[in-house]
Design a binder for this molecule. Sequence first.
Ligand SMILES: *Cc1c(COP(=O)(O)O)cnc(C)c1O
Length: 353
Amino acid sequence: MKIYNFNAGPSILPKKVIKKSAQSVINYNQTGLSLLEISHRSDDFLNILDKTTDLVKRIMNLSDDYIILFLQGGATLQFSMIPYNLMKKRAAYLDTGIWAFNAIKEAENFGEVKVLFSSKKEKYTYISKNYKIPNEADYFHCTSNNTIIGTQMKTFPKTTIPIVCDMSSDIFSRELNFREFDLIYASAQKNISSSGMTIVIINKKIIGKIKRSIPSYLDYRIHMKNNRIFNTPNVFSIYTSMLTLEWIESKGGLSYLEQENEKKAKMLYEEIDRNHLFENKIDKEDRSNMNVTFFLKKKELEKKFNRIWKKENIIGLEGHRSIGGYRASIYNALPLKSVQFLIEIMREFERKI
Ligand SMILES: *Cc1c(COP(=O)(O)O)cnc(C)c1O
């Protein structure tokens, strides 16, 4: 049965990746052992770790100045780990969505948070480009893609202070100059792998400037010193990431994916704008290419529309519980054909009403 998976996270992954990952759970690489049974100190796993690290660096075009960690606790734990490791006195944040807001709340435990811009009052429907990053802040934090409302930063500011970015929902979806960032983090369950693992990419030069004592697991230096396996990492999720990254490379890397993602998003936004039953509430220039949100202009049609798409084996189209409406998450692995199918359903609904 064909299923059209528009889940926001955990979300769709390439079929090939799922297949190989599943096989490895039965018999990893003809070892006679399940991937779940191998030691995280074995050569088998060390190979996986090194390969995954190399793939991240190659795909993002990062130098050896960067260290790649595969941590647990989700992007959510990074909301605290980042200020714990980087904030002496104050940091500057953009409040562009619910996740950004959550990051701010956590950072406030560690010092003064300067919120340079907030669109909370406007329900996060746009992202300002007019803010000034104070030089005396220890770092600047932003969220590249706001998963819940469906906005995306298309450009990033230039600044002399370290730039920290939560890329949980659009990492590996487009080409960026990743060397302009000093810390990038992304939980794996959106564009990479299973949940329970977060990729943290750190420019080594920003680490170790803090005097406070930090609990071991929360201290980036401890993970570096222990060659990225301070404790037992999420072996399964790291392995599956490796497969996804190999898939990304085989497709032609980020430039190819960016083109595809743009195509998919453009088609869907065009339909939302054209179809007189639907609307998108985001400023056009800030619309996300990963999470496309839309609403029925007449709320009373919701039940009818829901019946139709659910019957067609479309899943995960409900908007986030905090805003309602609809959200089509169209991550890397979602085929163009699935977007075309959704558009057909929207057109058919318009014809019937
Ligand atoms: C999903 C998401 C998070 C939270 O990730 P967890 O792994 O659940 O902690 C944080 N930030 C963004 C932008 C997200 O999309």
